[in-house]
Design a protein around this ligand. Structure first.
Ligand SMILES: [Zn+2]
Length: 377
C-alpha cells in the first residue's frame, strides 16, 4: 500500500454516503498474532450486539461476518496492521486495508467510517526515498507507509567488477578516486531525477560512513534541503534492516517536524496571526474550510460533541445541547469530535499533523489549527 492509494481510500471513506445501516471500522494490531487482539475484539462485538436493536443489529451482524471472513482467510503474513471497513444493507460497502506498520486495536460502529487512525498513520510514516551506498552496492528505494514499494534504481555490480578486471592495479588505484567521484555524481543525478519525477520531499542516506559523507558532500543544495538523516549501514546488513533503521529515524524526525508545527501555531496564537486554538474555534475553522493545517495532540479527547442535521452546525459539550443553538432543531445528534475534525480536514485538503505530546496544545484541550485566511468580522 502506498501513500497515493491510501489517500484515495481515505477519500472514498470520507465521502461515503450515510445509510440506515451502520459502518464497522475494525483496526487490528497484527504484530503479535491472533491471540493478541481476539479477546479485545470479542469483547467489543459482544457489547455492540447487546446494545444494538432491530435492523441495526441485523446489519451489524452481517457486516461483522464479512470482517471475520477476511480476518480468517485474507491477512498477509507480513502485515503488521489492518483496517477493515464493512457495511451491510441495501448499499453494502467493504474495504479492507493492510499495512507493514502497526495500527492499534480499535473497533467501532458508527454511521460513517472512523478514519482517525489512517490519518495518523499517513502523517507518521508518509513516504521517502532512501539511497543506500556501501562498497558492495548502491540502491535507491522508495519507502511508502513503512514498506519498500519500489526499487527505483540499482547499480549494476558487473560494471564495478569490469572496471577492476580491465585495469591494472596501479592504473586502477590511480584512477580510483576520480572514478568514484564520477560514480557518486552520476548516482546523485539519477537520484535527483527520480525524486523530482516522484514528487518526493524527503530523502535518507544510508551506508558506510565514508561513502555517506562523500555522498552528503556532493549533494546539490536543493537535495541537501530534503535530506532528513544519515543512517549507518554496512554491506553485511540486509536491505530490510537498513530500511527498518531508516524508517525508525524517519518517524523520530517526523515527530520533530510536528513540534515545529506546534511552535508555529504557538507563535501565531501569541501574535494574533492566522491560527485558532481550542475545540470550538477549530471546529468552526474546519467547517468554513479556513483551516490549512489541523494540529492534534495524540491524546486529544474532547468528549462527545453534537451536530445538527438541519443546519449543519457542530460543537462541543453534547450534554448541554439538546436543542440546536443555531436553528432550534431538536434533531441534534452526538458526534465524535476528533473523527469529525479529521474528516472535515480530509474533505478540504487540510493537512493533519499529529503530535506525540505538547504542553502548549494541552493547555487548550489538545487541538488547534493554522489558517489559510481569516474570516472578516
Ligand atoms: Zn441547527
Amino acid at each position: 500500500m502506498d501513500l497515493k492509494n491510501l489517500q484515495k481510500h481515505v477519500r472514498t471513506l470520507v465521502t461515503l454516503e450515510e445509510t440506515n445501516a451502520p459502518v464497522i471500522s475494525c483496526y487490528l494490531n497484527l504484530e503479535e498474532g491472533v491471540s493478541s487482539y481476539r479477546n479485545i475484539l470479542d469483547e467489543r462485538i459482544g457489547l455492540l450486539r447487546k446494545s444494538l436493536r432491530g435492523d441495526t443489529r441485523r446489519y451489524f451482524v452481517e457486516a461483522q461476518n464479512s470482517v471475520e471472513k477476511f480476518i480468517a482467510t485474507e491477512l498477509f503474513p507480513d502485515a503488521k496492521g489492518t483496517a477493515i471497513f464493512s457495511r451491510a444493507g441495501d448499499h453494502p460497502f467493504f474495504l479492507p486495508l493492510q499495512f507493514r506498520v502497526p495500527l492499534p486495536n480499535w473497533f467501532v460502529v458508527n454511521s460513517t467510517p472512523n478514519i482517525y487512525h489512517l490519518v495518523e498513520l499517513k502523517d507518521t510514516y508518509y513516504r521517502f526515498v532512501v539511497m543506500i551506498s556501501t562498497k558492495e552496492r548502491a540502491h535507491i528505494l522508495e519507502v511508502n507507509l513503512g514498506s519498500v514499494t519500489k526499487q527505483i534504481w540499482k547499480e549494476r555490480p558487473e560494471l564495478i567488477k569490469r572496471i577492476g578486471r580491465e585495469w591494472t592495479k596501479e592504473h586502477y588505484q590511480h584512477h580510483r578516486k576520480e572514478r568514484e567521484k564520477q560514480l557518486i555524481k552520476d548516482k546523485i543525478q539519477i537520484l535527483d531525477k527520480l525524486m523530482s519525477a516522484g514528487g518526493y520531499a524527503h530523502l535518507m542516506i544510508a551506508g558506510d560512513p565514508q561513502m555517506t559523507s562523500r555522498v552528503r558532500n556532493a549533494l546539490p543544495q536543493h537535495l541537501a534541503a530534503k535530506l532528513i538523516d544519515i543512517v549507518v549501514a554496512s554491506g553485511r546488513n540486509r536491505i530490510s534492516d537498513v530500511v527498518a533503521a531508516a524508517l525508525k529515524s524517519f518517524v523520530e524526525q517526523e515527530e520533530r517536524e510536528s513540534q515545529t508545527v506546534v511552535d508555529r501555531l504557538q507563535h501565531m496564537v501569541n501574535t494574533h496571526g492566522l491560527a485558532e486554538i481550542g475545540t470550538d474555534p477549530t471546529l468552526d475553522a474546519l467547517k468554513y474550510k479556513q483551516a490549512d493545517v489541523l494540529v492534534l495532540a495524540k491524546s486529544y479527547n474532547p468528549g462527545p460533541g453534537w451536530s445538527c442535521p438541519e443546519c449543519e452546525a457542530v460543537g462541543s459539550n453534547r450534554a448541554i445541547h439538546e436543542v440546536c443553538p443555531e436553528c432550534g432543531s431538536k434533531k441534534v445528534r452526538s458526534l465524535d469530535i476528533k473523527e469529525e475534525m479529521v474528516r472535515m480536514a480530509e474533505l478540504s485538503s487540510c493537512h493533519t499533523e499529529v503530535v506525540e505530546h505538547s504542553d502548549f496544545l494541552m493547555q487548550f484541550g489538545g487541538v488547534g489549527c493554522l489558517l489559510r485566511y481569516r474570516m472578516s468580522g
